[in-house]
Design a protein around this ligand. Structure first.
Ligand SMILES: Cc1cc2nc3c(=O)[nH]c(=O)nc-3n(C[C@H](O)[C@H](O)[C@H](O)COP(=O)(O)OP(=O)(O)OC[C@H]3O[C@@H](n4cnc5c(N)ncnc54)[C@H](O)[C@@H]3O)c2cc1C
Length: 577
């Protein structure tokens, strides 16, 4: 498309200009067109042609919210079913000795495909299809268009793009809305001074290996107990496998193009970036920490298709939406941590809130107050989830603490963001205001639990081996996943959120009792009612923190409300190292 054609096609004037045609920008283009087909949209993407498969961007694993968003909200289900992979949940292997035998490592994950699907996406393949569908939907997507300047105006904004390299043809387009989805180019964030450090200092290095890897090939066929843990052979390969250790985890994500994505994510305090910033360094690091994986990669070094790394990749953002009709989405806003693959979830939530604002504004509504509320909600979701990661990588190698943590984190995720997203409620400001007290209860319990997990780890870190903890062992967790697609009406949804807060209270009390049992003075008597909002392992603080004040739950009642939670206590099933 030339500059003249651009001007002829649209008058160079659009309802929405999207800066950057990556995952966030392209899905937003489609979502806006679905929500309001007459919307005129311009997307500028600097990459000139189609993306390569396999060795392209990072961020291939989806979880429930993003899977639902891509498949159903954006309408990519047919493509995903035909050309991408179904994912067998998140799976974790905790350390065992020198990590040379995965069958020795305590495993935590699903034994079957979870009922609500999630997917492993080959990003190049996915973005190429998204680009095609944007063009089909009438979006003016211009590739090979470098965004040079962005000017925000009172009535309209303008963007100047350059095509054909530096000194190339310049074109200026104007728009009512500007959405920055330029990823780590941070076009608007930099311009408006919205950068914010978040104190979570983690690094990553990753590469794609042709031909893939099946971790089930690492285990001898005679180990029937290990294979029979899964309902079907080959399931583990399709999970996002996490090889866990103190201060790090390594991801293994299969791609439909046949390669596998392998990445190290590590906390700077334990594994300085210098150790993994080159391919040689990263492989040496794997040899030391994950030798079973390293041996396979070393034997197939010719199959390594790329190598990328990023230092201190997590950051905040002061504001994401403005009544002056600009918005940030995807990595152009805040970015947390890939441990639970939330990157695409935040694209799903962010794009949904942006779509709500843009469509209402274009339909003539005053969206100033709504913009403020959406901005507040999005940044709260980010900040509450940050507690899962910030300062917490220290305990990443401890199976007992991490299993309790992952269960609690999943309950929070599915009961709050998950349930509300699946029920199309996050953009419903009135409904959100009504249920926010329940959501905040869950967030408050989560914050208390995260502090306790670290205390617990520092008190009793222990290696456990040779066991499988299936996620289904604790129905209180698994059912929150199942209920995502319950199609609750508003009344039922409110009741559900109250029930989920009560479950989370019971979980907090049960975890507190388990952790406190390791204190020299032991846990409080079973009859004592424990205030879940005051839990902690410093017994000198119990009285002053109000641990014995209302609302309180005795342990027996907590176990009644969270049946099966004791199946997460690994000392019942695993062998000590
Ligand atoms: C180590 C790591 C692991 C991750 N793993 C996962 C995961 O498993 N699952 C998950 O969901 N997420 C994951 N993420 C997050 C995921 O990578 C991001 O959420 C996602 O890629 C962000 O998409 P985006 O569209 O915001 O940015 P991008 O996909 O980077 O798109 C930005 C686009 O803007 C274009 N652009 C930039 N500047 C200009 C310019 N001046 N002019 C024109 N175009 C421009 C770029 O070319 C690019 O195409 C991970 C992130 C990291 C760091």
């Amino acid at each position: 498309m030339t500059g003249e054609q651009l001007a002829a096609g649209s008058g160079g004037n659009y309802d929405v200009i999207i800066l950057g045609g990556g995952l966030a920008g392209l899905t937003l283009g489609l979502q806006l067109k679905r929500a309001r087909p007459e919307t005129t949209i311009f997307i500028a993407e600097k990459r000139p042609g189609p993306a390569p498969e396999a060795a392209f961007k990072v961020g291939e694993s989806t979880v429930e919210v993003s899977a639902h968003y891509f498949a159903e909200v954006v309408g990519m289900k047919d493509h995903i079913e035909a050309d991408q992979l179904h994912k067998a949940g998140l799976r974790y292997f905790f350390p065992a000795g020198d990590n040379t035998d995965i069958a020795e490592r305590l495993e935590w994950g699903v034994p079957f495909f979870p009922p609500n699907p999630s997917y492993q996406l080959d990003r190049g393949r996915f973005e190429n299809e998204l680009a095609k569908r944007n063009l089909d939907a009438g979006v003016e997507l211009v590739q090979g268009a470098f965004i040079d300047t962005v000017e925000l105006g009172d009535d309209e904004h303008s963007v100047t793009i350059v095509r054909g390299g530096p000194g190339g043809e310049r074109t200026t387009v104007r728009g009512r809305w500007i959405v920055d989805s330029s990823g780590r180019a941070f076009l608007l964030k930099r311009k408006l001074g919205l950068e914010q450090d978040n104190g979570h200092n983690v690094n990553s290095a990753w590469f794609r290996l042709a031909g893939g890897i099946d971790i089930e090939d690492w285990v001898d066929e005679s180990n029937t107990e290990w294979f029979e843990r899964m309902k079907q052979r080959g399931l583990r390969r399709l999970s996002t496998n996490h090889l866990m250790g103190q201060g790090y985890w390594v991801w293994l994500i299969p791609l439909s193009s046949g390669s596998i994505s392998i990445g190290i994510v590590s906390d700077e305090r334990f594994h300085p970036f210098e150790q993994i910033e080159t391919l040689d360094g990263a492989l040496e690091w794997l040899r030391e920490h994950e030798p079973q994986l390293a041996a396979i990669v070393d034997s197939r070094r010719d199959g390594i298709e790329d190598f990328l790394r990023i230092k201190d990749f997590s950051y905040g953002c002061k504001q994401v939406y403005s009544a002056d009709r600009w918005a940030l989405t995807g990595e152009a806003g805040p970015f947390l941590d890939p441990f639970y693959s939330p990157g695409s979830d935040f694209i799903a939530v962010g794009n949904t809130l942006v779509t709500d604002l843009v469509v209402r504004d274009l339909n003539g509504e005053d969206v100033a107050e709504r913009t403020r509320r959406h901005d507040d909600l999005f940044l709260r979701l980010y900040k509450e989830a940050l507690t899962w990661y910030e300062g917490q990588y220290e305990m990443w190698g401890d199976p007992q603490v991490m299993i309790a943590k992952i269960a609690a984190n999943n309950i929070m995720y599915w009961s709050t963001t998950g349930l509300l997203f699946f029920h199309h409620k996050l953009a419903d400001t009135e409904f959100m205001a009504e249920v926010m007290p329940e959501v905040e209860r869950i967030w408050a319990l989560n914050a208390r639990l995260e502090a306790l997990f670290l205390e617990w780890f520092r008190m009793v870190a222990q290696e456990w081996r040779h066991a499988y903890v299936p996620t289904v062992a604790f129905p209180g967790m698994g059912m929150r996943h199942v209920e995502l697609t319950s199609n609750f009406d508003d009344q039922a949804l409110k009741a559900k959120l109250t029930e989920d807060s009560e479950l989370m209270e019971a979980v907090a009390v049960a975890i507190f009792h388990k952790a406190a049992s390791f204190l020299p003075e032991g846990a409080p008597d079973p009859e004592t009612k424990i205030n879940p909002y005051a839990i902690g392992l410093d017994s000198d603080r119990w009285e002053q923190d109000g641990l014995f004040k209302e609302p309180g739950l005795a342990i027996e009642r907590a176990h009644e409300l969270a049946p099966g939670i004791t199946n997460l206590w690994v000392d019942k099933i695993a062998q000590p190292a």
